[in-house]
Design a protein around this ligand. Structure first.
Ligand code: ATP
Length: 197
């Protein structure tokens, strides 16, 4: 059975926090693959503020190029409708994509996501389609997720990495350093393409 981690996000931009936690979950849960799934229009984010999908995808490709266990799925970016993408639909679609293989999906969610889960489309169904893994994130306490969803999830402790894409975007705008917060080549890409100015 192939064990596949499903790690969705805006990745605007992908940063070392994403890479560190994904590698830790892969290691602790013995995953074969972690699938990074950039979202087209995140249902709970302001879509006018999201960077063009091609840039987000290019940065992910650069960031993941030297880890053979990390893959990218364009399943959400390729959706034709202007509708936002919902994780429950993505998991259903992934079942079809991998229909010829024996696979188990592990949906990786930061604690900030779990707290919001009741606002998601059909949250209960996520637990039928995958094992839900919760990882810690600075600023969020495990006590905050002592709800029904938290109890059905597997908590995987990862190093607390205080990096967020929001902070990186602010830093670039204010001409401050983002060195060591993103891979070097992602930093170069951001500069070259004048992103987040
Ligand atoms: P933004 O600041 O723009 O909201 P973000 O840094 O939260 O972005 P996303 O692409 O929205 O990044 O996150 C994708 C997934 O990664 C989410 O499940 C989020 O909880 C998780 N995540 C992001 N950064 C960290 C971190 N530093 N530690 C743990 N989990 C993280």
């Amino acid at each position: 059975m192939r064990r596949i981690g499903v790690f969705g996000g805006t990745f605007d931009p992908v940063h070392n926090g994403h890479l560190i936690v994904a590698e830790n979950v892969k290691d602790q849960m013995h995953l074969d693959t972690v699938l990074f799934i950039p979202s087209k229009i995140p249902p709970l984010k302001d879509k006018s503020l999201i960077t063009e999908k091609l840039h987000r995808l290019n940065m992910l490709n650069i960031a993941l190029e030297n880890n053979s266990s990390f893959e990218i799925s364009e399943i959400e970016l390729q959706r034709s409708s202007e509708e936002p993408s919902y994780t429950v639909d993505t998991l259903l679609e992934l079942r079809n994509v991998y229909a010829s293989e024996l696979v188990k999906f592990y949906l990786i969610l930061g604690m900030d996501q779990l707290i919001n889960l009741e606002k998601w489309k059909e949250p209960g169904k996520l637990f039928l389609l995958s094992e839900v893994i919760i990882i810690n994130r600075p600023g969020y306490l495990i006590q905050q997720v002592e709800n029904d969803y938290g109890r059905q999830s597997i908590y995987v402790p990862v190093p607390n990495v205080e990096i967020s894409a929001t902070d990186i975007r602010y830093r670039v705008q204010e001409n401050r350093s983002i060195k060591y917060l993103v891979p070097d080549k992602v930093e170069e890409y951001i500069k070259k393409n004048k992103l987040y100015l």
